[in-house]
Design a protein around this ligand. Sequence first.
Ligand code: C2R
Length: 197
Amino acid sequence: MPPGSSPRVSIVYGSPSDQNVMRQAGAMLARFGVSYDEASISAHRAPRALADWIAELEPRGIEVVIAGAGMSAALPGVVAAHTILPVIGVPVRGGAMDGLDALLAITQMPPGVPVACVGLDNAKNAAVLAVQIMAVHDPALRVRLAQFKEDFEKAAVEGLGGAALELGGAAGVGELARGLGRDLHSPGRDHDAGTRS
Ligand code: C2R
């Protein structure tokens, strides 16, 4: 979080075991210069602590919540039930069903209590979606998003694919290409190298 700035996004997850996945959301928000905070609070294991935390979201100026959980994944839905802020759920892989249970739980919210859901372990997308939501009323963020999309398209055309997400900005794309030993403007690249899921 940039010094002196108060968080605009809160990242919450059901267990410290989700942290490796969920820290990717923070890293992506940081690339857009968006301040955030994070906490591990389980809806099942610490329901009162979670209720207290949710009650403080709006007074603290939080605009979007990113909630990650695995297995039964009640957390994103419980947060959505207690706030009018948009909630983006991240189904975290693991357990006997390797995240399919979490994916279904997060998407199958009852009508009237929506949770936006990204793919398994896709905390990066949750962060980009949070930025897109905030950009509706934040022109500076819209500019950064437009640059991000432009860089991303350029990288896709150059065959870098999803690897472009690892680095930000136009300079980042060039840096990535050099790291992969490629000239961005030469044809005949290896399209398999450097792509990541
Ligand atoms: P442990 O590793 O702590 O046993 O947690 C967590 O998100 C984690 O992925 C295993 C998995 O349980 C999930 N969990 C939930 C909730 N609390 C913990 N889905 C909840 O309240 O929704």
